[in-house]
Design a protein around this ligand. Structure first.
Ligand SMILES: NC(=O)c1ccc[n+]([C@@H]2O[C@H](COP(=O)([O-])OP(=O)(O)OC[C@H]3O[C@@H](n4cnc5c(N)ncnc54)[C@H](OP(=O)(O)O)[C@@H]3O)[C@@H](O)[C@H]2O)c1
Length: 283
C-alpha cells in the first residue's frame, strides 16, 4: 500500500520539489498550498491537492479532514514546510509583524502537528519532518524574526521528540542552508511591506539589504554553496525510510560549517564570525 505523506507549502521551491520527488518514488502525496490557483496547478500536475493556509486554524482542520477522508484515516508522514522570512532589524519589528512571522512559521506548524499526532498514535507509527534552517542553529543580523521562529521550532521539535521517545513516531529536523527557491523574493516583499526603512536607525544598511534581497534568481545561483531543492529531498527520503531517522539533517556546506562552529566557539567568538559574514553580505 502507498504510504501517505502530507506536505505544506507546495506552491513553489522545496515543497513543490519534494512533493514531485516523493510522488515519483511511489508515495501517496497530499500536496497543499494556500492559494486556490496553486491548488489547481498541483491538481493539474496529478497531485491530490487541497488548500491549507497555516495562518488559519479552520483551513488546517478542513485540509486534514480532507486528507484523512481519502487516506482511510491514516497518515504515514507530515512534512511541515510552508513558511516565509521576515527581514529587518530586531528593533524595527512591530509586535504585529513578529506575531505574523510566528503565526505562519511556528503556530501553524504546531497546530497541524498536534492534529496529526492522534492519528499517528492510533495507527502506532508515523514520521514528523520539519523543514527548519541553518538559521535555527545560528543567527545573522536583520533576520531576527525568522531566526526566532526557527529557534522556536527547534525547541518545540526537540521537546516533542523526547516526549515521543518509546513510540514509533519519529521527529526529524531538516537544516538547509541556501537553497534555490522563491524564498528570497518572498522575503523581499515582506521587507518592503513591513519595514519602515526610512525611519530606521539601520537606514543606511537597509540599502544593501534591499540590493541583496532583490537579486534575481540567476544572480543568486552564482552564490557559492547554494544547492537545488533536490538536496532537501534526499534528507526527507532518509527521514521517511530509515529505521533510525536522524533528529537533524544538515543540508549545504554552510550548515555543516555553522553547525560545527556553534559547538566549538564561545558565543563571543561565534558572534565575530557571524558579524563578519553579515557585514560582508551587506556591504
Ligand atoms: N530557500 C532557502 O534557502 C531555505 C533555507 C533554509 C530553510 N528553508 C525553509 O524551507 C521551507 C520552504 O521554503 P522555500 O525555500 O521553498 O521558499 P518558497 O519558495 O518561498 O516557498 C515557501 C512556501 O511556503 C508557503 N507559505 C508561506 N506562507 C504560508 C501560509 N501561511 N500557509 C501555507 N503555506 C505558506 C508559500 O506559499 P505562497 O506561494 O502562497 O506564498 C510557499 O509554498 C521554509 O520552511 C523555509 O524556512 C529555506
Amino acid at each position: 500500500m502507498q504510504k501517505a505523506v502530507l506536505i505544506t507549502g507546495c506552491s513553489t521551491g522545496i515543497g513543490l520539489r519534494v512533493a514531485s520527488d516523493l510522488k515519483q518514488r511511489g508515495y501517496r502525496v497530499f500536496a497543499t498550498a494556500r492559494k486556490p490557483s496553486d491548488v489547481d496547478m498541483l491538481a493539474n500536475q496529478g497531485f491530490e491537492a487541497t488548500q491549507l493556509d497555516l495562518d488559519s486554524s479552520e483551513s488546517i482542520s478542513t485540509a486534514l479532514e480532507w486528507v484523512l477522508a481519502r487516506s482511510g484515516g491514516e497518515l504515514y508522514a507530515l512534512f511541515n514546510n510552508g513558511a516565509y522570512g521576515q527581514p529587518g532589524a530586531v528593533e524595527d519589528l512591530s509586535r504585529d509583524v513578529l506575531r505574523q512571522q510566528f503565526e505562519t512559521n511556528v503556530f501553524g506548524w504546531h497546530e497541524l502537528t498536534c492534529k496529526v499526532l492522534p492519528v499517528m498514535r492510533k495507527q502506532g507509527y508515523g514520521r514528523i519532518i520539519h523543514n527548519s534552517s541553518v538559521l535555527g542553529l545560528i543567527t545573522l543580523k536583520y533576520r531576527g524574526a525568522y531566526n526566532a521562529s526557527k529557534f522556536a521550532l527547534e525547541g518545540l521539535s526537540d521537546t516533542l521528540r523526547q516526549e515521543l521517545a518509546g513510540t514509533a513516531i519519529q521527529v526529524s529536523l531538516i537544516e538547509p542552508g541556501p537553497i534555490e527557491s522563491q524564498f528570497r523574493k518572498n522575503a523581499y516583499q515582506k521587507f518592503q511591506e513591513n519595514i519602515d526603512s526610512n525611519n530606521s536607525a539601520h537606514k543606511e544598511v537597509y540599502a544593501a539589504v534591499n540590493a541583496r534581497l532583490s537579486k534575481t534568481d540567476i544572480e543568486r545561483q552564482r552564490d557559492p554553496f547554494t544547492l537545488g531543492p533536490e538536496a532537501v529531498t534526499k534528507c526527507v527520503i532518509h527521514a521517511l525510510e530509515s529505521k533510525r531517522p536522524k533528529p537533524r539533517y544538515y543540508v549545504t556546506v554552510p550548515t555543516y560549517l555553522f553547525g560545527f562552529l556553534r559547538r566549538v566557539l564561545s558565543t563571543r567568538l561565534l558572534d565575530k564570525v557571524l558579524l563578519k559574514i553579515s557585514d560582508d553580505e551587506n556591504k
